[in-house]
Design a protein around this ligand. Structure first.
Ligand code: HEC
Length: 160
């Protein structure tokens, strides 16, 4: 989505934006049994509170993620990096969480570049699955159960 905004949607003229909004409002809502009904509230500020299982995922989060995303899920760096309430952490498949950890991301905002480093070379499939499961359990409504095999498949898709 970030790339769609940078390369395309940010360049729309106001009439096009109004047309898209008018169209979206005309589409009737549809129920989806796959989506969690609610998103999780902000997690505790201290790493000692909240999710206690998954020591390995917690360890990776502490060394690679907490500085930018915070233990509460509300980023101390940028509101764009707040994890609380995002679709990614509330998706029990955790695909986007693992994907962004593998590949990182870089976006251009009016306030300058915003980036997250790629961790695909720094961590094993097992560690990436563990941190993705930790992140969805701590910040999302339903935890994920990603395995090292799932991460290996994602790596392969990314390389293709
Ligand atoms: C240097 C800061 C930094 C570090 C370290 C970092 N991230 Fe990020 N992360 C960001 C930023 C900035 C964004 C928002 C990018 C965007 O909006 O395009 C982001 C986005 C995300 C998202 C997507 C949220 C959404 O809106 O869908 C997830 C999930 C995520 N990070 C997880 C992690 C995990 C897990 C780690 C550790 C392995 C990590 N991040 C390490 C800066 C960081």
């Amino acid at each position: 989505m970030g790339e769609a905004v940078d390369h395309s949607l940010s360049r729309l003229v106001p009439e096009d934006i109004s047309s898209i909004v008018a169209y979206l409002r005309s589409v009737p809502p549809q129920r989806s049994p796959d989506l969690p009904a609610t998103t999780a509230p902000v997690a505790p500020a201290s790493h000692r509170d909240g999710v206690t299982a998954n020591a390995r995922g917690k360890q990776v989060f502490a060394s690679a993620c907490a500085s930018c995303h915070g233990w509460s899920g509300e980023s101390p760096v940028s509101p764009m990096a707040t994890l609380t309430g995002t679709w990614a952490v509330n998706d029990p498949a955790a695909t986007n969480v693992a994907q962004i950890v593998l590949s990182g991301t870089k976006r251009h905002t009016p306030d300058g570049a915003l980036s997250m480093p790629a961790f695909g070379h720094a961590y094993t499939d097992d560690e990436i699955a563990a941190v993705a499961n930790y992140v969805t359990a701590r910040f999302g409504a339903k935890g994920s159960k990603l395995t090292a095999k799932d991460v290996a498949e994602l790596r392969q898709q990314t390389a293709e």
